[in-house]
Design a protein around this ligand. Structure first.
Ligand code: FES
Length: 571
């Protein structure tokens, strides 16, 4: 094995080595500082990130594996983001979490790292950090929670919150019953159990090669998670010995496989912005169009909420990601390696489907061509997304009158007004919700429908936004519009009553306003007032430097990699 990076801290007899060793001794033997890999466990466990709170127990299993393989485990608490708790939106802090983790891995005497994540932003931020510091790294995903039931019916957490709250607004469910369902929804430890962003990112990270194949999707309370965590600890020590780094496994081919997986599982649109950001850190040229080119002809094979019927516990029981990937093996890059050093496709020989209702065969897909469609046109010059599998088929080609909201506050203020000039053919537009405008690109694109239309039985409308949509949500929603309104995008110029046309088959999103008329329009004061203008701190830094959704919404000075070398030695 080549000389360990940590020996730059611990080897020798000078004063610096003395200080580095002495403060770390506290009962550990001399052998801890002589040639044993120092493996950090970047742990996003936090009581305020309930989806990840159990990772402390998972970390113990990882530690056992590291010790067993001859390494030294070092737990490193890192910034954690609880999707439901953090305001104004966890996405505002993803880049901060990635930056802090990257810097702490680089600054400390670390040879490799095990990354423990779960809730939506945690695996993306950890992978962004790992790609930029480029130390040997492997992810252990915390896993989804078990299925909860209410009145004998399974509850998909997240998805059913939207459904039940719309039922209350439509008058078909009592407020009392709604509140009662609350304690039934979160049945166990773990992250959301729909094919939301957390489940998606764990599965996509496995397809990317950063997780031991077969592990992602294992429910959080399942003892096999701890066994896999133990073995992943052992693997981390091997990664250091083999000098296997993210730069050797994150390739164009591995991102190709991640996109195929994303389409086949019907994963969250949030994965697009996260994969673009991770690729940006790894120096891989990945574009929005790659998602359409690679993913849009992939069949949808997984029948999970939010668009489908089942939940992650069912998915795991039915065979998990490897069973899905075996069905689309011919679409995968056979050379893309995983963190084990073997190609992903090597793991597909023995990966049967145990329940074809949950995971469909290639011959009987839910949708023959799924994936995420990338739209362009006069309303989205740099692109926008729609997930056709979560949309209403009759709205995928649609023209309608715009009903414009300048901010989420404006939307909440007016949406239930009985005099709102809206019908089922209207297209609701919400702006000021992009990376800069909000700031942080919140998950508000799936706007609740106007009460008066709900009462008429309308359950879906075309909605357009420069923000994101929760991975647990559904509907005919065009999102991630780039450039966003606050960055000079034409979305800022739309007026209520303008005609917008959506044509998903031809990948078009157009504002039917003559170009010369549009050129003469200026952003209204009321619209501009909806754009964020923070005065200091992270929010100011973020607004000044965040990139648009079509390139991953990273900060401009954080893209790329700096490697693991520290800028100066300590003195
Ligand atoms: Fe944590 Fe859904 S709130 S994964």
């Amino acid at each position: 094995m080549a000389e360990l990076r940590s020996s730059q801290w611990y080897a020798g007899d000078d004063r610096n080595a003395y200080i580095h060793r002495a403060w770390m001794r506290r009962g550990v033997p001399d052998s801890a500082f002589t040639g044993r890999p120092q493996i950090a466990i970047a742990n996003t466990a936090s009581d305020l990130t309930p989806c990840n709170a159990h990772l402390t127990e998972v970390a113990q299993s990882v530690k056992n594996g590291i010790y067993e393989a001859g390494g030294i485990p070092l737990e490193l608490p890192v910034v954690s983001l609880g999707e439901t708790q953090v305001r104004p939106t966890a996405m505002l802090w993803r880049n901060m979490a990635a930056m802090a983790t990257e810097e702490m891995l680089r600054a400390n005497p670390i040879d490799g790292v095990v990354l423990l994540g779960g809730c939506d932003k945690t695996i993306p931020s950890l992978l962004m950090a790992a790609a930029s510091v480029d130390l040997p790294a492997v992810v252990v995903p915390g896993g989804p929670m078990l299925t909860g039931t209410f009145r004998g019916v399974p509850l998909g957490c997240g998805t059913d919150v939207w459904r039940l709250s719309e039922e209350v607004r439509a008058g078909t469910l009592s407020q009392e019953a709604f509140v009662k369902s609350e304690s039934a929804m979160i049945r166990s430890r773990g992250h959301c159990n729909t094919m939301g962003t957390a489940s998606t990112m764990a599965l996509v990270a496995e397809a990317l090669g950063t997780i031991v194949p077969g592990l992602a999707g294992t429910p959080a309370p399942d003892s096999r998670l701890l066994e896999a965590a133990h073995n992943t600890g052992r693997l981390a020590v091997e990664l250091v010995a083999a000098d296997r780094r993210p730069s050797s496994t994150l390739t164009k081919g591995s991102f190709h496989n991640a996109i195929v997986a994303l389409a086949a599982i019907g994963g969250s649109t949030n994965a697009v912005v996260h994969l673009l950001a991770i690729a940006g850190r790894a120096g891989i040229e990945l574009t929005l169009d790659d998602f359409d080119r690679i993913g849009s002809h992939v069949p949808l094979l997984v029948d999970l909420q939010p668009a489908g019927r089942f939940l992650m516990e069912d998915f795991h029981r039915a065979g998990g990601l490897l069973a899905v990937l075996r069905e689309v093996r011919d679409l995968l890059d056979p050379d893309a390696l995983t963190v084990t050093g073997r190609p992903l496709v090597d793991y597909l020989d023995d990966a049967p489907i145990w329940d074809p209702e949950v995971i469909r065969t290639r011959k009987e897909p839910l949708i023959a061509e799924a994936g995420i469609a990338v739209l362009r046109g006069s309303l989205a010059p740099n692109g926008a997304l729609i997930k056709p599998a979560a949309a209403s088929p009759h709205l995928l080609q649609h023209r309608g009158r715009a009903l414009v909201f300048d901010s989420i506050e404006d939307f909440h203020h007016r949406i239930d007004d009985p005099d709102l000039d809206v019908d089922a053919d209207s297209i609701m537009v919400l702006r000021g919700c992009g990376p800069k405008g909000y700031p942080g690109m919140p998950e508000v694109a799936n706007m609740p429908l106007p009460r008066k239309l709900l009462e008429q039985g309308v359950r879906d409308m075309v909605r357009i936004c420069d923000g994101r949509m929760s991975g647990t949500a559904y509907g005919t929603v065009v999102l991630h519009v780039a450039p966003e309104a606050a960055a000079g995008g034409p979305l800022a110029l739309v007026r209520t009553g303008d005609i917008i046309s959506l044509d998903v088959a031809n990948r078009r999103l157009d504002l039917e306003v003559p170009a010369d008329e549009l050129a003469g329009r200026r952003v209204d004061d009321a619209t501009a007032a909806g754009f964020a203008d923070p005065k200091r701190g992270w929010e100011r830094l973020y607004v000044d430097h965040v990139l648009q959704a079509d390139t991953g919404a990273d900060l401009d000075f954080l893209t790329g990699s700096s490697g693991s070398a520290v800028s100066r030695e300590s003195h």
